[in-house]
Design a protein around this ligand. Structure first.
Ligand SMILES: [Zn+2]
Length: 106
């Protein structure tokens, strides 16, 4: 079956290994839990709208990609912080993120 034209117009999500299934799970997760889970755990708790479905166990460490139980709603700052911790790196901005929380490739 031929792919729809829009599929070719947005290749970046697929390059990252995320397909339509991830998009659907992310929408489901954010509908169930629209606030950043990591902000809610801070002391004092913060109330921040989540824009990203973060993998609790990173895929690089064997976490399930398309499993909503391995996903948590987070905001971009928390996601960046967690990614850096996971990678043991210092902050080095590389990509812009769109309003929907997805990275914008050039
Ligand atoms: Zn947050």
């Amino acid at each position: 079956m031929a792919k729809p034209a829009w599929d070719h117009a947005q290749p970046s999500r697929h390059k990252r290994g995320y397909g339509r299934q991830h998009v659907r799970l992310r929408a489901q997760l954010l509908a169930q839990e629209p606030l950043c889970r990591l902000c809610a755990q801070k002391n004092p708790p913060r109330v921040t709208a989540a824009t990203i479905a973060d993998h609790i166990v990173p895929i690089a460490k064997g976490g399930a990609v398309h499993d909503i139980t391995n996903m948590q709603p987070v905001c971009k700052p928390c996601h960046d912080e967690k990614s850096l911790r996971d990678q043991g790196k210092t902050y080095r901005p590389r990509r812009a993120f769109g309003a929907d929380g997805w990275p914008v490739d050039d």
